[in-house]
Write a protein that binds this ligand. Structure first.
Ligand code: RFL
Ligand code: PHB
Length: 389
């Protein structure tokens, strides 16, 4: 088989790239290790920047999103029982939208299928060959048979545990990592959200987040120990702990119910450099991870796709390689700012096991400064709604 761009990974990054390139007449094949149902069962991001929404529009897949998403003009921050709002609209003129990653992925699959896009599921043993030469190819196994795809370029959109990053020789790549000493226990429940905006809550018992998917689907998280397992937490214990971490008036209004999903995610900051090796480009979680506190994971994947998509269009349509030559540099410049913001939000709002009394006072002072200072709020708001591409 031959294609122009072989895409490893059928998560949101790979599907969005495939759909955008298709619209410009560039042929792709997507190789996905799992089934479509499995990919759609992963409950992940919920907050999208306007830049992401615009890319979905450019890809012609924003119709349902534009109808069903919720526009959020601000968010609530609390520390112990005190809360205040950050008004994105007033501070930046912009907003974010709430529309789940599951729905984004569902819309992208539907669009690819409607256009007869080539997505090959349940592939095994993907190997990228000759990425540093002129004629790369990808081999894989499907149903016990080996296959080969010859291509011009390979997009590594295969997430943190994929093979694409590992294809770049260790002598040529440098990895930067910070692992946090806690995780997030998240649940999804068919209950109305406790508040119309998200509540980011810092308390002496640890961090909590009240988020949502729609008017009858809520997503809540609490900071937990890395040694916890979701089975250690009954629904009742989860709700009890959440109520103790959010402001009292919110706890009183909270509607609880059975969880329909419960999982723990460890928190990590990670960046690999460079994001390009010859004709191989890394995108999204394959190249970088942020802790979810700033809601930046999926949004940074989208900015990578923006840069790579434009670089490939420039290559094929304008016969100009400037965009692909500068892909890594452009993507990383924006990634590091999102890494900084996500690290800062995490540090501001979580309890760390080694925090001293002094550290706690500094943290409280920083939250108070944010509450009282418009410039500080503007810095948060500009980063949260998304820096320009
Ligand atoms: P994905 O979504 O991991 O998709 C990669 C795809 O590649 C496939 N794959 C392979 N296919 C073929 N061959 C191989 N060798 C392969 N290896 C892997 C995988 O099966 C998968 O389908 O990466 P992508 O597309 O870059 O998208 C990134 C986002 O998924 C990610 O950044 C966010 O979900 C991160 N994230 C969150 N981001 C936010 O902005 N807000 C959130 O609230 C938020 N919550 C989360 C999250 C990530 C989580 N993870 C990773 C556990 C919550 C969780 C629990
Ligand atoms: C979510 O709704 O899953 C969500 C929202 C905001 C975050 C992280 C997760 O910062």
């Amino acid at each position: 088989m031959r294609t122009q761009v072989a895409i490893i990974g059928g998560g949101p990054s790979g599907l969005l790239l495939s759909q955008l390139l298709h619209k410009r007449g560039i042929d792709t094949v997507v190789l996905e290790r799992k089934t479509k149902d499995y990919v759609l069962s992963r409950i992940r991001a919920g907050v999208l920047e306007v830049g992401f929404v615009n890319l979905m529009r450019e890809a012609g897949v924003a119709e349902r999103m534009d109808e069903e998403c919720f526009v959020h003009d601000g968010t609530v921050i609390s520390r112990d029982n005190e809360q205040f709002g950050i008004n994105f609209k007033e501070l930046t003129g912009s907003h974010v939208v709430v529309y789940g990653q599951t729905e984004v992925t569902r819309d992208l699959y539907a669009a690819r299928e409607a256009m007869d896009g080539k997505i090959i599921y349940e592939v095994e043993g993907v190997v990228i060959h000759g990425a540093d030469g002129d004629a790369p190819c990808v081999t894989y196994e499907k149903d016990g048979t080996e296959h080969r795809i010859d291509c011009d370029f390979v997009a590594g959109c295969d997430g943190f545990h994929g093979v694409s990053r590992q294809t770049i020789p260790l002598t040529l790549r440098k990895e930067y990592e910070k692992v946090y000493p806690f995780g997030w226990l998240g649940i999804l429940s068919e209950t109305p959200p406790v508040h119309e905006e998200l509540i980011y809550a810092s308390s002496e018992r640890g961090f909590a987040l009240c988020s949502m998917r729609n008017e009858n689907l809520s997503r809540y998280y609490i900071q937990c120990s890395l040694s916890d397992s979701p089975d250690d937490w009954t629904d009742a214990a989860f709700w009890e702990e959440l109520k103790r971490r959010i402001p009292e008036e919110a706890a009183e209004r909270l509607v609880t119910g059975p969880s329909i999903e419960k999982s723990i995610a460890p928190l990590r900051s990670f960046v690999t450099e460079p994001m390009r090796w010859g004709r191989l480009f890394l995108c999204g979680d394959a190249a970088h991870i942020v802790p979810p506190t700033g809601a930046k994971g999926l949004n940074t994947a989208a900015s990578d796709i923006h840069y790579l998509y434009h670089g490939l269009v420039q290559h094929y349509l304008d016969k100009d390689d400037e965009g692909i030559e500068r892909y890594s540099e452009r993507a990383l410049a924006r990634i590091w700012k999102a890494e900084r913001f996500s690290w800062w939000m995490t540090t501001l709002l979580h309890r760390f096991p080694d925090q001293s009394e002094f550290d706690l006072r500094i943290q409280a002072a920083e939250v108070a400064f944010l509450r009282d200072n418009r410039a500080a709020q503007t810095v948060l708001a500009e980063n949260y709604v998304g820096l320009p591409y």
